[in-house]
Design a binder for this molecule. Structure first.
Ligand SMILES: Cc1ncc(COP(=O)(O)O)c(C=O)c1O
Length: 413
């Protein structure tokens, strides 16, 4: 069969929806400055869909640092891969500051989190090693593991008993192969907002010999006393052997880093293929990240505001009987009963008639009869935004239960 013909017959699990959802449910264009109020199709929306947790995306000091660095260096400098010709004092300063912020000895910058963590996993492992990982790990971890030819054992999400069973299997296996064990989980799971049970996994270190890699994309800057993440929050930051985070959430930018023991980071620096063979982060991103990190450290009010909004939103929703699952982070999933078709009508109603924009998650990410509306509060939302949103959610819940969204046709967008 012709390859392109086959592709056109099966556009993939998301691509199959493109004809009726493109530009509205998928690939929507939010316009205007990044803020709680943005425009969608010309209409102002109260926007709860961005991981701009600390509101740094449009912070005046951040905007100025980004613009000044772009004016001074342009977007090219430094040219080449870090290893060849793309290194700078600013890159290395940022690495020292990031390492100290997450309480690790050393860190290394990654161009993108996704490819970065894939290469961390790829570089760390040999055929004789064994990986034990949480079933809900992010796609970038799964893709990293796709390159790994050794054995991997998955445990059901946050099920520490199963994790221990898999560690027993892994321990037996590496006794034969002579390899090592890597456990991988996340600090905060970005869909449902619950934390990885880092404390539970750390406790297993007393019985089993393994190293722990944590993707803390959603915990960095939002969790823990200083913002050092989910490990700090659970009192086990030291048990995280390799700490990963992206700049795509709290830092409101692009880039990522991996932190851990100096010699291991040095090994990664010389062995991560997606970094060795790719251009280094441009200076505006590096200097912009330094400014963001400085604000994370010196403006605790950003995190305090975030949590004020989070508590008001989550307590408010719970008190009105909404199911927001097990979240213990700012990520706020609202679970409703309904089909994917109903979800489409409901979200259209939210946007067109109530001016509220949030992401919707449907099957296969959640069960078939479940609609998940994912609300991401930020430090720049207000308590009035929260009040307004809870009122609207109460209205749409009633409409959903009364069948207002039970139409047979897909929503016209
Ligand atoms: C948990 C998690 N890990 C990794 C990534 C990938 O990071 P990046 O956007 O820097 O590629 C994301 C998404 O941004 C994420 O949510």
């Amino acid at each position: 069969m012709d390859l392109f013909e086959r592709i056109l017959q099966d556009m993939g699990p998301l691509g199959k929806h493109y004809e009726y959802s493109e530009g509205y449910f998928m690939f929507p264009k939010l316009e205007g400055e990044i803020a709680p109020r943005m425009k969608f199709k010309g209409k102002e929306m109260l926007n709860w869909s961005l991981n701009n947790y600390l509101g740094l995306a449009n912070h005046p000091e951040v905007r100025k640092a980004d613009a000044d660095a772009a004016a001074k260096y342009g977007l090219a400098y430094p040219m080449g891969a870090r290893m060849m010709s793309g290194n700078s004092d600013e890159h290395e300063k940022l690495e020292r500051d990031l390492a100290s912020f997450v309480q690790k000895e050393s860190s290394y910058l990654l161009n993108f989190g996704y490819q970065g963590i894939m290469s961390v996993i790829d570089a760390l492992l040999r055929r004789q090693d064994v990986v034990v990982y949480d079933s809900e790990c992010h796609a970038c971890i799964i893709d990293g593991l796709r390159m790994f030819v050794g054995k991997r054992f998955v445990f059901p999400h946050n099920d520490i008993e199963s994790c221990e069973k898999q560690l027993q299997r892994a321990t037996k296996l590496v006794e034969e192969t002579g390899g090592g064990i890597l456990v991988i989980t996340e600090g905060v799971f970005g869909m449902a907002g619950d934390m990885g049970d880092l404390k539970g996994i750390a406790a297993l270190k007393k019985k089993y010999d393994f190293k722990l890699l944590v993707d803390d994309a959603h915990g960095f800057g939002t969790m823990g006393k200083t913002g050092a993440g989910a490990g700090e929050q659970q009192g086990v930051q030291d048990d995280i052997d390799l700490y990963f985070s992206t700049f795509a959430k709290s830092m409101a930018s692009i880039g990522a880093f991996i932190a851990g023991p100096k010699k291991i980071i040095n090994f990664l620096k010389y062995n991560m293929r997606s970094q060795i063979f790719a251009k280094s982060l441009p200076m505006p991103l590096v200097i912009g990240a330094q400014k963001r990190l400085e604000l994370l450290k010196t403006k605790p009010e950003l995190k305090e505001n975030l949590w004020k909004v989070v508590h008001a939103l989550q307590d408010g929703l719970r008190s009105k009987g909404f199911n927001i699952g097990k979240t213990s982070s700012p990520v706020t999933p609202v679970m409703l009963k309904g089909s994917a078709l109903q979800a489409g009508h409901l979200v259209k109603d939210l946007r067109e008639n109530f001016g509220l924009f949030c992401s919707m998650v449907i099957y296969p990410v959640v069960p078939k009869d479940c609609i998940m509306l994912r609300i991401i509060p930020t430090a720049v939302h207000t308590l009035d935004d929260v009040k307004f949103t809870i009122e609207i959610f109460e209205k749409i819940k009633i409409k959903l239960e009364e069948g207002a969204y039970s139409l047979e046709e897909a929503p016209v967008i």
